[in-house]
Design a protein around this ligand. Structure first.
Ligand SMILES: [Zn+2]
Length: 199
């Protein structure tokens, strides 16, 4: 089922309420809501906002637990270049980039497709990049209980690029390490393996 459909199906009241508020905003900034190109904009904007914040209704722990498998493999597992789109909680403007995640199993592995899903669950909320990094790190660490976990996020923030300082090319990097990755040699091995992607 497409995410938009499920939202329309289950949240008609909320969608309508958000839509009315967007109508107000468009009017307040001096636009004509009845103009042809804008007639359906409040509804589209409401659906987009609800889609981009659907992570509040999703449970990352359940997603992980549903795809954990007993496995004796105990080398580093790395998922690089996970596309990431989120909204900064200060301006409600997008920030976007890539996440690089690694873990060292401790009796259990997790279906690889679940890691990007976990990223989405936490990214589709109002976030700051630091907390997003921490949320993903702690969720993997507490649920999978691996020997170690590492999360690196590189992102560009529209609130920096479009307004204020207008630093168009700046990329913010955040990282978090638990367990084995707190050891400098393990951490360096991980950073070396993803370094072709670091700006
Ligand atoms: Zn911001």
């Amino acid at each position: 089922m497409a995410p938009y459909q499920s939202l329309e199906e289950y949240n008609i009241d909320i969608t309508n309420d958000v839509k009315e508020r967007y109508e107000r905003i468009i009017d307040e900034i001096g636009e004509d809501v009845s103009r042809e190109g804008l007639v359906k904009t409040p509804e589209r904007a409401a659906k987009a906002m609800l889609f981009l914040t659907q992570g509040y209704k999703q449970n990352a722990v359940e997603i992980l637990k549903g795809a954990m498998f007993k496995e004796s493999y105990d080398e580093m597992v790395i998922i690089k270049d996970i596309e990431l789109y989120s909204l900064c909680e200060h301006h409600m403007l997008p920030f976007f980039g890539k996440a690089h995640i690694a873990y060292i199993p401790n009796g259990y592995i997790v279906g690889l497709s679940k890691i990007p899903r976990i990223v989405d669950v936490f990214a589709r909320r109002l976030q700051v990049q630091e907390r997003l990094t921490h949320d993903i790190l702690e969720c993997l660490n507490n649920t999978l209980k691996p020997q170690g976990v590492a999360v690196v996020i590189e992102a560009s923030h529209m609130c920096m690029m479009m307004r204020g300082v207008q630093k168009q090319n700046s990329v913010t990097t955040t990282s978090g390490f638990r367990g084995q990755f707190e050891k400098i040699e393990t951490r360096n091995e991980f950073l070396k393996l993803i370094s072709s992607n670091l700006s």
